[in-house]
Design a protein around this ligand. Structure first.
Ligand SMILES: Nc1ncnc2c1ncn2[C@@H]1O[C@H](COP(=O)(O)OP(=O)(O)OP(=O)(O)O)[C@@H](O)[C@H]1O
Ligand SMILES: [Mg+2]
Length: 309
C-alpha cells in the first residue's frame, strides 16, 4: 500500500534507528522504473541524471521519515523547459509514476492542462474552473503545458491572473498532496518566471530538455520502428540519416515529434507500395521492411533540393 510518506499515520511502527538500505531500495522497485526510463527514452542524459537525483532524495526522505527525522515535506514542484518534441510531456507522465512508487503522491495520475482548462471566458468562471482541475489532480501530478499563456500582461484584467493566484496558493498549502509541473519553451518560461516570481520560488526542480543530436534522432526512429514491428532496410537507414540532416534545417522542426510524424508518413508510403502489387505472396519481412524509396519520396528532400540543401 502506498500512502503519503511524511504524514504520520496513527498505527505506524515506532521510529527505527537503522535501516537496510538495499531492502528499502528494492521495496520501492525504483531501479526498474529508472531502467525502463533508460531503455525507452533515448539520450536526455541531463534529464535522467536529475530524475535519479530526485529519486535518491525521495528514497532518503522516506528513510528519514521511518527514523522520525523528516521535518518538512520536500517541495516537488518542477518546471520542464525545452524546444518542441524534446520529451517534456513524456517525462512528466513517467515522473508521476516515480513519485507514486516512492509514496510521495497517493494516486500517481497526471492531469494535463493548458490555459483554456483553467481560465474562464467570463467574470466568475475562472476560480471554479481552476478549482475543479485542482480537485481532479489532487494525489497526483498537475501538468500545465505552455504555462506562460496563463499570464497575459497586455490584458489589464486578464482572468489568467486569478488562476495564477489560486495555483500559487495551492502549490504552497497542498504541496504534500499535489505536484505541479510547468512546461514550456525555455525563453518564454524564463520571462514568465521573471514576471511571476511566486512560481519560481515554489519550484524546486528546474529541468532543461536539450535538443536531440542527429544520432539520437536516428536512435529514436529505430526505437519507434522496433516498437511497431517495422525496420529499415540498410538503404532506407542511410536515406533516413540524410532525411534527418535535411529536416533539421527546415522550419517547424520539432525533434522527436518530427521523427514520429515522418515515420507515420513513411508507413503510409510503404503500405501504398505494397498494395500496388497485388498478385504475390507477402512475407512478414515484406510488411516489416521500410525501403529506401519509402523514405526518399518525402517532400522534405524536394524542398531541401529546391533550397540547394
Ligand atoms: N528521448 C526520447 N526517446 C524516445 N522517444 C521520444 C523521446 N523524446 C520524445 N519522444 C517521443 O517524441 C514525441 C514527442 O515527445 P513529447 O510529446 O514528450 O515532447 P514535448 O517536449 O512535450 O513536445 P511539445 O513541446 O511540443 O509539447 C512522443 O511521441 C515521444 O514518445
Ligand atoms: Mg508536450
Amino acid at each position: 500500500m502506498t500512502q503519503a510518506a511524511i504524514q504520520p499515520v496513527p498505527d505506524q511502527p515506532a521510529p527505527v534507528s537503522a535501516i537496510d538500505l538495499r531492502k528499502e531500495f528494492e521495496a520501492v522497485d525504483i531501479a526498474s522504473v529508472l531502467a525502463q526510463l533508460d531503455r525507452e527514452l533515448i539520450g536526455l542524459v541531463p534529464v535522467k541524471t536529475r530524475i535519479r537525483e530526485i529519486a535518491s532524495l525521495l528514497l532518503v526522505e522516506r528513510i528519514r521519515q521511518k527514523m522520525a527525522l523528516a521535518t518538512t515535506f520536500p517541495t516537488l514542484h518542477m518546471s520542464f523547459t525545452g524546444n518542441p518534441g524534446t520529451g517534456k510531456t513524456t517525462v512528466a507522465m513517467r515522473m508521476a509514476g516515480i513519485l507514486h512508487r516512492l509514496g510521495f503522491v497517493r494516486r500517481g495520475h497526471v492531469i494535463s492542462v493548458t490555459r483554456d482548462d483553467l481560465v474562464g471566458q467570463y467574470i466568475g468562471h475562472t476560480a471554479p474552473k481552476t478549482k475543479e482541475i485542482l480537485k481532479k489532480a489532487m494525489g497526483g501530478v498537475l501538468f500545465i503545458d505552455e504555462a506562460y499563456y496563463l499570464y497575459r500582461p497586455e490584458n489589464e484584467r486578464d482572468y489568467g491572473q486569478e488562476a495564477i493566484e489560486i495555483l500559487l496558493q495551492v502549490m504552497e498549502s497542498q504541496r504534500e498532496d499535489l505536484v505541479v509541473i510547468l512546461a514550456g519553451y525555455g525563453d518564454r518560461m524564463e520571462k514568465f518566471f521573471q514576471s511571476n516570481p511566486g512560481f519560481r520560488s515554489r519550484i524546486a526542480h528546474h529541468i532543461d530538455f536539450p535538443d536531440y543530436a542527429e544520432s539520437e534522432l536516428m536512435a529514436i526512429a529505430e526505437l519507434m520502428l522496433t516498437e511497431q514491428n517495422y525496420r529499415f532496410s540498410a538503404e532506407a537507414r542511410e536515406a533516413f540519416i540524410r532525411y534527418i540532416a535535411v529536416r533539421k534545417t527546415q522550419p517547424l522542426f520539432s525533434n522527436a515529434r518530427s521523427i514520429r510524424n515522418a515515420l507515420d508518413r513513411i508507413r503510409l508510403r510503404q503500405a501504398n507500395r505494397i498494395v500496388a502489387k497485388l498478385d504475390r505472396t507477402l512475407t512478414c519481412d515484406d510488411v516489416m521492411s521500410i525501403e529506401a524509396g519509402d523514405v526518399l519520396a518525402s517532400r522534405v528532400f524536394a524542398e531541401g533540393a529546391a533550397k540547394g540543401a
